[in-house]
Write a protein that binds this ligand. Sequence first.
Ligand SMILES: [Fe+2]
Length: 224
Amino acid sequence: MLRKLDENLWVAEQPLNYLGLAVGARMTVVRLTEGSLWVHSPLRLTPELRQEVEALGPVRFLVAPNKYHHLFIGQWMAAWPEARAYAAPGLPEKRKDLSFHAVLSEQAPVEWAGQIDVLPWAGAPMLGEVVFFHRASRTLVLTDSAHNIGPEAAPLTRFAFKVLGGYGRLSTWMIDGLVNRDRAAARRTVDTILQWDIQRVILAHGHIVEQDGAQAFREAYSWL
Ligand SMILES: [Fe+2]
């Protein structure tokens, strides 16, 4: 299931419906320099996925990156009880059944510092998204703060994105209402993200942007 994108960077995908549309879901795995794994937005833990992940290294960090991407992290916390689980702001209140070790903040945990930058979206508490930048591969890791639905999507999903906008490029309409709460604050977040030297953009839903990611992200958020 895992697909290597770059040195120490993999993704895996599973089918997922959202608002009645087949948008799929993606998780991201980074191997940190000391060899352990950082797992972003973990998918349903199947035996095959577990076996592939274990072949890469020990799972040490689990990340639930917003208030909606938490469905399967409990399975991973149970499978790797020694891993540290990080929650997006507001998620521990929503998932009182899970014992997260810490809430994500702008301050990267010391084990990732210098390798993965961390930035919570300001002014969008309903989504509570936290975004990441893997420096070595110049990869921005988004969850729901943009989608990228193109020709590989299911027919109804393609139709919806053609009608509502954003087909074939990074789009934000599905979450505009969540980011729009405080536009000035969200704008500052976008500006901070654009200071990173982004080549690739990984998203939880839709096609990965492999080149000119900074430009694609800038265009997606030009409305801000
Ligand atoms: Fe999502």
